[in-house]
Structure formats: structure tokens, C-alpha cells
Design a protein around this ligand. Structure first.
Ligand code: ZN
Length: 171
């Protein structure tokens, strides 16, 4: 018999017969549907990917964690920006970030250093977002050009075929 359950992602009230079920370490997790679950997994993967990039960039060891203030600030940014944009901003500003990061005697503690570095990210992320959006648009434009070219080519082919067939018919 179907029992009541709750979507792990959005909290919607569901029943076990219609919910999408995933078993994790022997525990049933329910979601509204499979696309919702897949979208969440893709998001988590992107987040993990971005965090590990940042982790490696600042040369943390595997027995360390990212500073809480950094995680907090990244989480705030992630409410507005995609994790791809966050990662790209770190990537683009890598040189500058590492310069400040490795500057001796500049910061009295890790908190100040992280805050400083995150301020650079916060100042530059909008530029990254815009340039990524422009890149995406240009990709879309060039893709639609290809489609138009394909259509034009099909038209030419049709005309050629027609000419040939009329030629054959005349014979
Ligand atoms: Zn849901």
C-alpha cells in the first residue's frame, strides 16, 4: 500500500506509489520525479567540481577543509550565479588571487585573507557572468547560421534534383 512521503528536494507531499525513489545506503529517498532528481544531481556535481577546483587552487591538503567564511560567501554567490560562473571567476583571477594569498605578512589571519580574496571574486563575478553570456549567445548565433546554411543547401539540392528530373522527363 502507498504511504505518504516527502520530496527530499522541494518538500512536496507525495505518496510512495507516484514518487521517484532512490535508495542511498539502504535508505529510501523520494523525489517528485526523475528530472527533478537528475537536475539536483547535476547541480551537486557542479558544486563539488567548483569547490574542489578552489580547494586545489589554494593548495589545501586533503586533511583540511575550506575556510567556513569562504564556503559561506560562495553559497551566497551561488544563490545568484551558476557554479560554472563562480568557478570561471576563480580561474580567470587565479594569478591575482594567488598573489594576495601568498603575500607574507599582509594579512593578520586567515579570515582576513579569505575575505580579501572573496571580495575580488565578488567584484569580478558580474563581468565573468556577462562574458560567459555573450559567449553562449555567439555560440547560439553560429549554430543557427549553420542551420540556415543547411536549409539553403537543401534548397539548392532540391533545385538541382528538379532540374535533373525535368531534364530526364524531357528525354
Ligand atoms: Zn520535489
Amino acid at each position: 500500500m502507498a504511504r505518504k512521503c516527502k520530496c527530499k528536494k522541494c518538500g512536496a507531499q507525495l505518496t510512495t506509489d507516484i514518487a521517484f525513489k532512490v535508495v542511498v545506503k539502504g535508505v529510501n529517498h523520494y523525489y517528485c520525479n526523475e528530472p527533478e532528481y537528475n537536475k539536483l544531481q547535476a547541480y551537486k556535481l557542479k558544486r563539488r567540481n567548483t569547490m574542489s577546483y578552489i580547494f586545489d587552487m589554494f593548495s589545501y591538503n586533503s586533511d583540511q577543509l575550506l575556510p567556513p567564511v569562504m564556503i559561506k560567501k560562495i553559497n551566497v554567490l551561488a544563490k545568484t550565479y551558476d557554479y560554472d560562473v563562480i568557478k570561471e571567476t576563480f580561474k580567470k583571477d587565479k594569478k591575482t588571487l594567488l598573489y594576495w594569498w601568498n603575500l607574507e605578512n599582509k594579512f593578520t589571519n586567515e579570515y582576513n585573507k579569505v575575505s580579501y580574496v572573496m571580495r575580488i571574486i565578488e567584484n569580478n563575478i558580474n563581468d565573468t557572468y556577462k562574458s560567459m553570456r555573450i559567449d553562449k549567445k555567439q555560440n547560439e548565433v553560429s549554430r543557427s547560421k549553420v542551420i540556415i546554411q543547411d536549409e539553403a543547401l537543401t534548397k539548392v539540392k532540391n533545385i538541382i534534383n528538379k532540374d535533373i528530373s525535368s531534364f530526364i522527363e524531357e528525354e
